[in-house]
Design a protein around this ligand. Sequence first.
Ligand code: DC
Length: 226
Amino acid sequence: MAKNYSIAIDGPAGAGKSTIAKRLAKELNFMYVDTGAMFRTVAYFLDLLGISPKDADGVERYIDELTVEIEYDSDGLQHMIMNGMDVSDDIRTQDISQKASLVAAHGVVRDVLLDMQRSVAKKHNVIMDGRDIGTVVLPKADVKIFLTADPAVRAKRRCDELLAKGEKADLPRILKEIEQRDYQDTNRPIAPLKQAKDAVKVDTSALDIDGVVAAIKKIVEEKIGL
Ligand code: DC
């Protein structure tokens, strides 16, 4: 069987992981796997049931009643299916962002999703983004990128995204939420956000999307010749 390549992109919220990973996946013809969307789906499911994301017993009791599936549309965009229902849009709120970060601290949640993440990477060439891809999910990934940017820059980007969609955006609040999520994701005991020893750090604070894609393509070419 031919080898499948994997590219891991980790980093904090709003560093540009999904934008960059989507572009690269298209250019390299790899499958893009957004693991944050999986944690968001779990958070959304528990939220519908009224279970607090901090309630370890509640999370453990109800996680077995959830099936999470990933589907891809004809544009290669990832859709999240929760117990047969497409929840891809519902999971994109600020509230679910915060809850996903809390839900992600539970080992039982991480274990369920870990199996799914690894099995996709076994079958396909993947670009997978998240927090622990290079450290835990795919420790042998062919290329590991740690994508980061100043919190103020990340908050400004989120704010501009919301404004572009015609939604309200409160910059100081977004910055506070980003910093809180960074703290939670970095300081949890299980699979915290951290740069893998063999990851290449790319700071996107002063780069535009084309600049970041070019920088990463160069790294991919050096590592695996694609
Ligand atoms: O990438 P995102 O912002 O959609 O992720 C939402 C939350 O999910 C994030 O704050 C932490 C958690 N997460 C995680 O713990 N591990 C991953 N590999 C991906 C996301």
